[in-house]
Design a protein around this ligand. Sequence first.
Ligand code: GLA
Length: 404
Amino acid sequence: MTADRFGKTTPSGPAGSETIECVAPSRVNLLGEHTDYSGGLVLPMAIPFLTRAAIRPRENSHYSFASELFSTTLALERADRSTARGDWSDYPVGVLRQLQNLGVEVPAFDLHLSGNVPLAAGLSSSASVEVASAMAMLALARQTLRIEEIAVLCRRAENEFVGSPCGIMDQFVIVAAAAGHALLLDTRTLAYEHLPMKKGELGETQIVICNSMVKHSVATGEYGIRRREAEEGQAALVARFGVRDLGDATLAQLEAIRSEISPEAFRRCRHIITENTRVRAAKEAMNAGDPIAFGELMLGSHTSQRDDFQCSCEETDFLVETAVELPGCFGARLTGGGFGGCTVNLVKRGEAEAFRNALQAAYQQRFSRTAETYLCEAADGAWRRNADLFAAMESRPALPSGAK
Ligand code: GLA
């Protein structure tokens, strides 16, 4: 894991213009996968891979977007309302559009993005870019929004402008996380709490992320297909039992409508309903400081993702199966959207180095491919990291209520 190399500074830009820098972390999800678009529970934490958005006002009427990671730059007229281009710039442009829809007057700017979040790895590089960009644009406009509003605005940028059907988890934890804590979020109400990662014997553990290097993308088909299948089952449950969403539904109710929905819808819903139960149990395991119970829930989640949600792949299955046989590993699972990307592992602290080496070696031998591993501590979200910038700013009217 690279150190937190983007410390917050505000260097002065050329010719009297001031550059403002906002930093956003990325995230790993500990438990609660594919539950965040049907009113369920999630339990992610922020990790210190960072996106830095450096913004400064410019004199003409353009917005300019550049990134250290991509050679293309983009200049947009302030009144431009063109649609997505299909490249990295869609994320910050989508955020700008949402701010403009809200009536925030964002002055002409040069925005420069840099960072070290692994791309397409299921660690939320896109949400990290959205949140860093949103906070930088807000700071330039001398406005602020509440934590929930920034998260919702960024998620809408991704849904409505980029066209990716993600839920709220990534944007929310990237804004709201607290160092040393996981974040338990109810994605229906957006109520959340910070749960300490280091209680009891959990204090002797370490989170190890393993990147299969199989590229994952929420924007491509499979994520949307799974989501539609889950929504088919959810609609039938709502119609029959009057539940609000899958977050409310029970396995008995699902069983009762089994013959009315497709086998795929049934399996997707079974994953989501059991996953919500696992997140509730995980809260208890964390409060009890019990890594054994937590690890079992992680493995249960992986099995459910593999068999019911069917969003794992050969490489991530191998990583999980290998991990749980290694000394010091309490549990492992696929994390994030799936179809590649990373696994997350709960490992005894003293065994973490040996664990990562053994896992990498086994993967190399099996697939002739090098997995990356990252040892992580739960990091602060963008709200805490950039708090001093916003302390003196005006707030804006809230997003319409119920707008999630
Ligand atoms: C991606 C999405 C999230 C969430 C996860 C699966 O990371 O961006 O909203 O749905 O997949 O839990």
